[in-house]
Design a protein around this ligand. Structure first.
Ligand SMILES: [Cu+2]
Length: 369
């Protein structure tokens, strides 16, 4: 059970975000700043456009509405343990939001009139989907927690640019340290609370009457809900909030590409109302009789992003020389109608995939060239 304090708002208004860099077309896929228009790129671990919200919470935006051509935003949140909710309870009317726990533990509450009030304690690999008109809030629980979110359609990051301030770290620290080198506590006064109202222009509607439940048992509330001890299913509509515990959801095996691929869908076109699809892809090394040079180039009609979790993924992108290797937390973005191919350099290489619309037919339908 965790304790949730009053809805203290840990984010504050400082200024509009003013230091966005306009990325020029580059001969390298590797970028430190998220580009302002669609192009193929790789953002290395803990880089990309970053914002500080409150004393210690850092949001990063490896894919934005601008960089994806309006398709989706891919953002990460890194923070130490927070004493209360990360945000006041609220709903969105236009945007579909979700929460994937990449590291540590976090709690997610999601309530609708139809489904009641559900909450989960999420550990790495757990997922929660928050469709439009779902009252939700979350809390980062462990000392080094990372949340990954997809919000579609793209552009929701404007809210964070409005509320945060640019964040830079000479050591690429996930978030600012809590203590100085001499062990003393960093002197940071809490920011003034942000008013709950007034964010409707960013598609944020406060739910002031909602009180997050705290009656967790084995990570679920209500206690009878399925979690790490039962299959977790995806709904057949785009209105129902849901949770998928790591590896307790549906799984699909494919071997058409010249290597094994296990796909675990977390969101589909059906569950997102056609806005995006998301899941994990776990891939084996190439079969012994398959050479990387023989793999066909994929060319998708929709943009695609990979965020690496485990192993090493090799990537070739049309128009760029050479082969790049992606490891933990690197992000690859491929615009629509751009040739690319990928394979694994380590067994059980795993990545989170995000695609605008569609499902994973692009995986299942791959054929050996
Ligand atoms: Cu939200």
């Amino acid at each position: 059970m965790i304790e949730v304090r009053k809805f203290t708002i840990v984010i504050h208004v400082l200024s509009t975000f003013a230091s966005t860099t306009l990325a020029a077309p580059s001969s390298s896929l590797w970028l430190r700043e998220t580009p302002q228009s669609p192009q193929p790129y790789i953002i290395p671990k803990l880089a990309g456009t970053s914002l500080l919200a409150g004393p210690n919470v850092v949001y990063r935006f490896p894919v934005t509405g601008n960089s994806s051509g309006g398709a989706f935003t891919l953002l990460t949140t890194d923070s130490p343990a927070l004493p209360g909710s990360g945000v006041f309870p609220h709903t969105h009317r236009i945007h579909h939001e979700n929460f994937y726990c990449s590291k540590g533990r976090c709690a997610l509450w999601a309530a609708t009139n139809a489904t009641g009030d559900n909450a989960r304690i999420m550990t790495a690999g757990d997922y929660g989907a928050v469709p439009q008109n779902t009252t939700h809030t979350f809390q980062l629980i462990d000392p080094d927690t990372m949340l990954t979110g997809v919000i579609a359609p793209g552009g929701f990051e404007k809210l964070f640019f409005f509320m945060g301030q640019p964040y830079e770290s000479s050591t690429d620290s996930p978030f600012p340290p809590l203590t100085n080198a001499d062990g003393s506590v960093v002197d940071k006064d809490p920011p003034p609370p942000h008013p709950v109202d007034g964010l409707e222009g960013f598609d944020v509607y406060a739910s002031p009457s909602y009180t997050p439940r705290t009656d967790f048992e084995n990570g679920t509330a209500p206690a009878t809900a399925p979690w790490h001890n039962a299959p977790n299913t995806l709904p057949s509509d785009a209105k129902t909030p849901y949770f998928i515990a790591k590896n307790w959801g549906p799984k699909f095996l494919n071997r058409a590409a010249g290597f094994y691929q296990i796909v675990t869908p977390l969101a589909t076109s059906k569950t997102s109302g056609g806005l995006f699809s998301e899941g994990t892809l776990t891939i084996s090394p190439l079969f012994p009789d398959v050479a990387a040079s023989s793999l066909p180039m994929l060319n998708l009609t929709q943009p695609l992003a990979f965020m690496m979790e485990e192993g090493a993924m090799m990537v070739e992108v049309e128009g760029y020389e050479g082969v790049e290797m992606l490891v933990e937390r690197d992000v690859l973005f491929v615009p629509k109608h751009t040739g690319f191919k990928y394979w694994a350099a380590r067994p059980f290489t795993k990545a989170l995939y995000v695609r605008w619309r569609g499902w994973f037919g692009w995986v299942v339908n791959r054929r050996r060239g």
